[in-house]
Design a protein around this ligand. Sequence first.
Ligand code: AHR
Length: 385
Amino acid sequence: MKKKLVSAVLCAAMTATMLAGCGSKPAEAPATTTDTKTEAEAPAADDAAAEAPAADDAAADDTAAEAPADDTASGEVVTIGFAQVGHESDWRTASTKSCQTVFSAENGYDLQFVDCDNDSAKQIEAVRGFIQQQVDYIIIDPIVSTGWDTVLTECEEAGIPVIVIDRTIDDSDKYVSWVGSNFKTEGLAAGEWLKAYAAAKGMEDVNVLVIEGSTGASATIGRTDGFKEIADAEGWNIIDSQSGDFTQAGGQEVMESYCKSYEGQFNVVVCQNDNEAFGAMEAMKNAGVSYGVDGDVVLISFDACTAGLEEVMAGNITADFECNPLAAPFVEDVIKTLQSGGTPEKEVFMVEHWYVKEDILSDITVNGEKQELTVVTQEIIDAQY
Ligand code: AHR
């Protein structure tokens, strides 16, 4: 693709964005889960077109049906650099696969993929490498939310549009679009669910241990803040909150130390992703602590990947708050919009569902909006990523 065209596209998009006064952080309350995921809505794991989830943004509705990127249609390959966080979780694997499927050679793309191994310096270096290669677009899933303005200015000066996915960038607005989840809403949903569940089960005291995600990641910050808001309002006791780095090994290590330090003192464990929950389950099992719907400890998780939902259905994870990793079709939509001279949405929120095994509650109210709880079935698991 011609560099001049990209520069013009970037200038137009940036100008339009500034004129529209965009550049704010993601809105507090995306329209999320008033509907239950049906079979027709569910993504099919190996099919890029069917992979497109329903985002709550009009720009995202027609992705699967559209033709490939304009340059592809004219026979020119579109080069994309993708600086991915790493490979720490099932969620990350699904995110990588989504991008590699959508931005494949057969779809007319040359995807330069860098696994940054959860190393922020390596991620900045990867972006600079893409600038040197003069790629057409750069996709960044920011490991941490700060420290971005300098390198994004370099991208802007090179005329390369940047699209941010999943986690947010909080100290720079020099990107065209962001596609991802409202992590604070996920944390609020977990808190609202626990509030309703504790009341329904007659739990008198709520004593919580939190296993956070990676420090400085907006996914960690949002989920922590959202859950804490409800915990503070309800007067729950958050006994401890430590990072498990979004990994199974990290979750297990933190939970092993919690089991020793707080034996008999906790009845809720909040893991900020499924892989941490798997590690925490192993640690609790080894320590003789029962968890899940029939256990002594309520186990809350985030992501709701296939393996997480299997644990929900088995009754081991009590509730799982989805974080949808299938952003790539919407990123392609952004690219097509740019190539046709349009202005993409500054923010595109993924639709997410809240999963449970028991149907003692049918819905919760989050941000003043009623949201359904979805009871996990085998059909849902089979359609999940
Ligand atoms: O940024 C999204 C988070 O990162 C997911 O919850 C987690 O699994 C991943 O590693």
